[in-house]
Design a protein. Structure first.
Length: 466
């Protein structure tokens, strides 16, 4: 140890006292803000501070509390959350029913013995079978999205006895060694090559390319275990599939005897206006991956699921795949409450209605500022705004942030900014965000000396999709 036990106890006591407090002194606020910056710099990764400058120049916001569709920084400044933890907060920040369920569970039991039968894991798995499409039945519960994808990839190999996978360019499935194989971004992969071998990537939405790849691999004896896709690509820039694409993929998988893994980690739990995005196109995957909002924005939780046939080889040895914390009682309580809230508050329908309004308003702004906001697209409350380049995207994100709205680019790039607020966001907040965006676009236009566009707000632009 680099410090004495007494010093460590003094440090931990100070923080534990602060965590217990509802009101902080000015001195404590300054200490927390300053120590957050220096600790990130010295002990987490100084790169974060540079990256976070994208939304903050002269004011470092340290997030401290949250509720509903907003969060507050250490100094009490309130922000409308249009990022929603990249799809983690569909039910809002600290939904009271989900908090209550987790608190009650915490007061009884937090982590399971690992040896006896823990009932909530069974109950949640049954619930998942009840709310997912088709014949999906068995679940393996995880603590993150990437673990769900890892398990799905293993299951596909186990069932088919094949080792090749096909994923999509611009897809994102996580960053552990296996899931990173499916993830398509060169920046994330290059330094770690070779990854798990036998991943092939084809353009998203291009059915004929997928068919040719399946055909070629089949021809040379490299049969494909699974095609792995997000129904709508999130990190890749909110890319919607052409109509008929997912159905076509399903048919090709059937024809070539490979499995379809749908990664609904970001699109699931009502985000796109249906409980599962695959329902928009009536497609049932062989393996479904779930995460993010599955934990109700309170606990980390994920899952991969499949039908009884595909699960068969997991049954003789249930420890072929395992996780210490996956499906722990707190995570299960959160996920059960998240499902209850999603259905009882009709959140998929809310996402559809609020999302359609938001999209329409944003498309009108795109018409009014065609040189800045070049396209708007989305489904439900999964919306992307596209700018001519990364710099303009950052400028807009920063302008929104300075005016009290949090959004974010896609990973490493702000050319597309994502809007993924809690599905509970009231229309008043949506309208306020649209007003603030309008102000921001005017400021960017003026700051760059661009000519003021003539107002064409009622004419939808061709580039905008759905
Ligand atoms: C579609 C998709 N799959 C997988 C992941 C990885 O999830 P996690 O970060 O929980 O490991 C993400 C995270 O952004 C995602 O959006």
């Amino acid at each position: 140890m680099k410090k004495s036990i007494e010093e460590i106890l003094e440090d931990t006591r100070r923080v534990l006292d602060i965590i217990q407090k509802t009101e902080l002194t000015d001195e404590e606020k300054v200490w927390i803000s300053e120590s957050a910056v220096s600790n990130f710099n010295d002990y987490v990764n100084p790169g974060f501070l540079k990256y976070r400058k994208s939304v903050s120049n002269d004011y470092t916001a340290v997030e401290w509390s949250d509720h509903g569709c907003r969060f507050l920084d250490m100094h009490g400044r309130s922000y409308i959350d249009c990022l929603g933890g990249y799809g983690t907060l569909n039910m809002g920040h600290r939904h009271p029913n989900i908090v209550a369920a987790v608190k009650a569970q915490l007061d009884r039991q937090a982590i399971h013995s690992q040896e006896l039968l823990d009932p909530l894991r069974g109950i949640l798995s049954k619930l998942l079978a009840d709310i997912t499409p088709g014949d999906l039945q068995y679940s393996f519960l995880t603590s993150s999205g990437t673990e769900a994808v890892e398990g799905a990839l293993k299951l596909a190999r186990l069932h088919t006895g094949r080792r090749n996978y096909i994923a999509a360019v611009d897809g994102f499935h996580g960053k552990s060694m296996g899931s990173l194989g499916a993830t398509a971004k060169a920046e994330f992969r290059r330094a770690f090559l070779p990854l798990v071998p036998a991943f092939h990537h084809v353009p998203f939405g291009d059915l004929s390319m997928l068919e040719k790849t399946l055909w070629s691999l089949d021809k040379v004896g490299e049969e494909v275990a699974a095609v792995v896709l997000e129904p709508i690509q999130g990190e890749g820039g909110v890319n919607l599939p052409p109509d008929g694409y997912l159905k076509g993929v399903r048919a090709l998988c059937n024809r070539y005897g490979c499995l379809l893994i749908l990664d609904e980690i970001q699109t699931g739990m009502g985000r796109t206006g249906k409980l599962w995005a695959s329902e928009h196109w009536g497609v049932v995957p062989d393996i479904l991956c779930i995460g993010k909002s599955f934990g109700g924005g309170i606990m980390p939780a994920g899952a991969f699921m499949s039908n009884a046939t595909i699960w068969q080889k997991m049954i003789p040895n249930p420890f072929l795949h395992s996780s210490t914390f996956g499906g722990n009682p707190l995570a299960c309580a959160a996920a059960i409450a998240a499902i209850h809230v999603t259905l009882s508050e009709n959140l998929p329908e809310k996402a559809a209605v609020t999302g359609a309004h938001f999209l329409k308003e944003l498309q009108q702004l795109s018409c009014a500022f065609p040189d800045i906001l070049v396209a708007v697209r989305g489904k439900g409350l999964m919306i992307g705004m596209e700018f001519p380049d990364d710099d303009i995207g950052f400028e807009v994100a920063r302008g929104l942030y300075d005016r009290g709205v949090l959004v974010a680019g896609t990973m490493l790039n702000a050319q597309v900014i994502r809007i993924e607020p809690p599905l509970t966001i009231p229309l008043d907040d949506v309208n306020r965000v649209v007003e603030i965006l309008h102000e921001t676009l005017l400021a960017v236009q003026a700051g760059r000396g661009m000519p003021a566009s003539s107002s064409k707000r009622s004419v939808p632009r061709k580039k905008n999709k759905q």
